[in-house]
Design a protein around this ligand. Sequence first.
Ligand code: FAD
Length: 468
Amino acid sequence: SIAIVWHRRDLRVHDNPALWQASRTGGQVLAVFIVDPTIVERDDTAPARIYFLRESVLELQKAYRTIGGRLAVRVGEPVQQLVALAQAVGAGAVYFNDDIEPYARERDARAAEALRAAGITVHACAEILLHPAGEVLTAAGGKPYTVYTPFWRQWSAKPKPKPFPTPERLEAPTVEEQSFPELAQLGRPFAGELLVSPGEQSGLEQLEAFAREGLYRYGERRDLPGCDGTSRLSAHLKFGTVGIRAVWARTMDAWKQAEHDRDRAGLAVWQQELGWREFYKYELFHLPQLAGRPFRREFENFQWDEDQERFERWCQGETGYPIVDAAMRQLNTVSWMHNRLRMIVASFLTKDLLLPYGWGERYFMQKLVDGDLSANNGGWQWAASVGTDPKPLRIFNPSTQAGRYDPKAVFIRRWLPELEGVDTALLVTSERLPPLMRAQHRYAQPIVEHKRQQQVFKERYRAVRAQQ
Ligand code: FAD
């Protein structure tokens, strides 16, 4: 009988449990990707992500062909499309990999029900996390953790699953061919540049290059946006063009090959970041309401300013704070931003501009090639001090941050060419950049004064705490 593999954010043939299990049935296997208009048309869908997705699906079609398989593309409401396809080819079973996002879970529950009603077996495979969300719970009470450190302690002590093998040969039924619509047809034209190439092959190459060259030095370089010190695997992890078990296994090989303890220390820091990825997914699984509300519910009453003009200047990178503006221009140009800078601009939006964190969260989703509900929401709630973080009131001073992480203004200069020729000390410590010099260089005057805004934020923060 025929087994269908329904791909969503697992756009690869390696380390793919749904595909592997379907291939083990010994019958024909038909893969499908369904372009879902609800996702494409969302107000916070970045054209960069649709581009990455489309290219990765097209590459996956080729990967299937090389092993004798076939990936069909369909467009429309996913449950209807899936059931119709399964019935058209007479499939006996459908395999797919799990997701943790609220929309996906609701869709998958509907799909499973409709398929079962049609007499088709459903196999939902644990895939997106190294450890399924229900497997890491507090010793006392079996409840989900809401703090990272104890989560990490338990999570990191668990033996990690091995990658799933890639099927060597498949047989596929013939089906009517449909093509993945062009981006313009989908209303998401994209002509920008990216720092990463889409597709499984590029994902694996990037993992390999990072494991050889960057991983050991990650600990010392990860916070410096002026150098390429991080893996840039985020878009690949988002779309599953690399499998998380394969990524982990590669880090363990690197562990064995490390020559110095120092190398292992850098690698351990990187593994912690994979732990954060897992933690935010785990949180969203257990607390789906985080998608629209702060973890600390009392902050629903926080007095944010709804100042559209300030928001626009933040979006465009015209706040007059060079580190913030350089970061926003990186985002607007290459659809990606360095992690340190995400923290700086998010702190600036919430604690200097006093704008609702949800505005920044949505803007990031509209731009980021790696935009991911769980990591983005977690990052924004952390930055706004409304999330699960036990040490909440952290306010970044943009100048201190720039001085520490871009001390020679390498990054600032790269993205703010209008400030060519200005002294490093003035670029880094924005308070010292004189108004006249700003005007001469056609660079913005600061829209707010950090010190003052910090006081206002603290007062409003205390007001919320006092109401409790
Ligand atoms: P590396 O430093 O090489 O890390 C390796 C991988 O670990 C990343 O690819 C990512 O999958 C994961 N990771 C690293 N840091 C985090 C983190 N803090 N939280 C969750 N996962 C992490 N990451 C996204 O993937 N999508 C987002 O939409 C997103 N939005 C963010 C918003 C804010 C406000 C903040 C502060 C962080 C956000 N992050 C997001 C986390 C982090 O900034 C990116 O994962 C990272 O910059 C991606 O670059 P990299 O692949 O080179 O990371």
